[in-house]
Design a protein around this ligand. Sequence first.
Ligand SMILES: O=c1ccn([C@H]2C[C@H](O)[C@@H](COP(=O)(O)OP(=O)(O)OP(=O)(O)O)O2)c(=O)[nH]1
Ligand SMILES: [Mg+2]
Length: 166
Amino acid sequence: MSSQATAPLTALMSDGPEIVPVLITGVDDKEPAFIPSYEHEGDAGADLRSAIDFDIKPFERVLVPTGICLAIPDGFVILVHPRSGLGWKKGITLPNAPGTIDSGYRGEIKVPLVNLDPTHTWHFSQGDRIAQMVIQRYWRGSFAQVSALPDSQRSQGGFGSTGVQN
Ligand SMILES: O=c1ccn([C@H]2C[C@H](O)[C@@H](COP(=O)(O)OP(=O)(O)OP(=O)(O)O)O2)c(=O)[nH]1
Ligand SMILES: [Mg+2]
């Protein structure tokens, strides 16, 4: 490859993602239903799979068990996001997106799904990929009450203060 062709890639060079140890069991310390994995190099999301067969009717919500329990180090959080294909093609998304999995949570990961398709009932089988999880570092706030907040250019403008759509 010419150095001209690799130049854009060089501009994207980094040390790559931080690799975080994640401990995994199944429910009640049984075998996990699956081991999460990344489909492609560069993917931030590892897919979560359903532990059950189920149908989800239009506008119905289903709390889907995954058959896995995880432990991550303190200072990290798992965020559960919808899969774009399910959202766009089937209207399947998460009513609580993104779901927050705290580092201290030892229960089974469950995924609330909602079917926003007005007419289709969708069927899912055990093992189907229903959502994806992203591991992130987080900060905690130290909340300090003050008499007034510092001035800013935006001030109290929001909710379309700069115009809507254009
Ligand atoms: O999509 C999700 C969201 C949360 N959880 C689990 C892990 C998380 O640590 C715990 C609590 O989540 P959250 O704080 O969002 O729920 P809550 O309604 O505030 O419940 P709680 O009172 O238990 O904090 O539930 C899931 O399994 N799936
Ligand atoms: Mg909570």
